[in-house]
Design a protein around this ligand. Structure first.
Ligand code: PHE
Length: 344
């Protein structure tokens, strides 16, 4: 067979092979086979040496032309494979813009946190500082220095989780009163609030929880009077429950305040007319308060002839329940998102 015919066959074969090449690996193998150093042309090149110098250029040119053609088959195959790859990738990464989007639900603060922050804002606006105290508290600060000695019957009002005889889970935020008084060594004017968790031995039900939150407020200086407490309470009630609310003080008893009061606000649902919310009375109880008992001032080293003060303690859950008409205190702790998301 003459050379031309051989090359013609080779070209036909190569065209056929490259047109069927499938994938990059296959392509590279075929490329080595036809165009590589040890490929099909190696034999032809070896024949060069048997030719006369006159024959060589035409022979070389013929070979080179054949090689160029095969290279063109290779380029075609390469383009075809790359285009197929790109198309496959586009296909697999395509985004269906007509699909409905995923809703992004932003988180929001828990309703108790919202109430705490609202009350904090009210008091900070009146010049108070926000303080914190430990939840594991000493009997000394939780009871003793608040005029509740060990045998005091009023201790039963706050059924206590004791850790040791001297250590307990605080039953109220009032120990922060003691801490603040003791820290205030120069006896300068004191105006603090303290939000935080408190604990009492209770069976949990719709209205009771063994752990809940309180916000304590304490003012002590040389002329903090009951009328100041009253003004503070009115401001608080109106900011929390509406500008037209009124308050009334009922005599009460706490060992650490004297006199002590229970604070009612006019019902915001019926405006004092009487409804199911206020059980027909027109009034809703919101917190306890009073003038700091001299015994508390003395225990903390303050002369009651010089200093006086007032304090109040409110239940955060109670405020939230009243403000938002929540019927089960446990809803505040179970973190059901359907519940939590209601409060913007
Ligand atoms: N500590 C009281 C309670 O938990 C509330 C209170 C605080 C009352 C401050 C008067 C003054 O019931």
């Amino acid at each position: 067979m003459d050379l031309k015919q051989q090359l013609q066959d080779l070209l036909e074969q190569a065209q056929n092979v490259f047109s069927k090449v499938n994938g990059q690996n296959d392509l590279q193998e075929r490329k080595a086979e036809y165009l590589g150093k040890k490929g099909v042309f190696a034999d032809y090149m070896a024949k060069m040496k048997d030719l006369t110098p006159e024959e060589r250029p035409t022979f070389g040119q013929t070979i080179n032309e054949a090689k160029a053609k095969i290279n063109a088959f290779f380029e075609d195959a390469k383009n075809r494979i790359e285009t197929a790859e790109i198309n496959a990738k586009l296909q697999s990464e395509s985004v269906d813009v007509t699909l409905p989007g995923k809703e992004i639900v932003p988180g929001r603060k828990h309703i108790l946190t919202q109430v705490v922050e609202e009350v904090e804002d009210i008091f900070v606006g009146m010049g108070y500082t926000v303080k914190e105290g430990p939840e594991v508290e000493s009997d000394l600060y939780n009871f003793e220095m608040l005029n509740l000695p060990k045998s005091h019957p009023a201790r039963d009002m706050q059924d206590t989780f004791f850790i040791t005889e001297e250590l307990l889970l605080r039953t109220h935020t009032s120990p922060v009163q003691v801490r603040s008084l003791l820290e205030n060594t120069n006896h300068g004017p004191l105006k603090i609030i303290c939000p935080g968790k408190v604990y009492r031995r209770d069976d949990d039900d719709m209205t009771h929880s063994h752990q809940f939150m309180q916000i304590e407020a304490l003012v002590v200086d040389e002329k903090a009077r009951l009328s100041d407490l009253k003004g503070t309470l009115l401001t608080l009630a109106q900011k929390l429950f509406g500008d037209t609310r009124e308050i009334r003080l009922r005599p009460s008893y706490f060992p650490f305040t004297e006199p002590s009061v229970e604070v009612d606000v006019t019902c915001y649902k019926c405006n004092g007319e009487g409804c199911s919310m206020c059980k027909g009375t027109g009034w809703i109880e919101i917190l306890g308060a009073g003038m700091v008992n001299n015994a508390v001032l003395e225990a903390a080293g303050y002369d009651p002839e010089v200093y006086q003060g007032f304090a109040l303690g409110m239940g955060v859950e109670r405020i939230a329940i009243l403000k938002y008409g929540i019927d089960d205190i446990r809803a505040l702790y179970t973190n059901d998102l359907r519940f939590n998301r209601q409060f913007k």
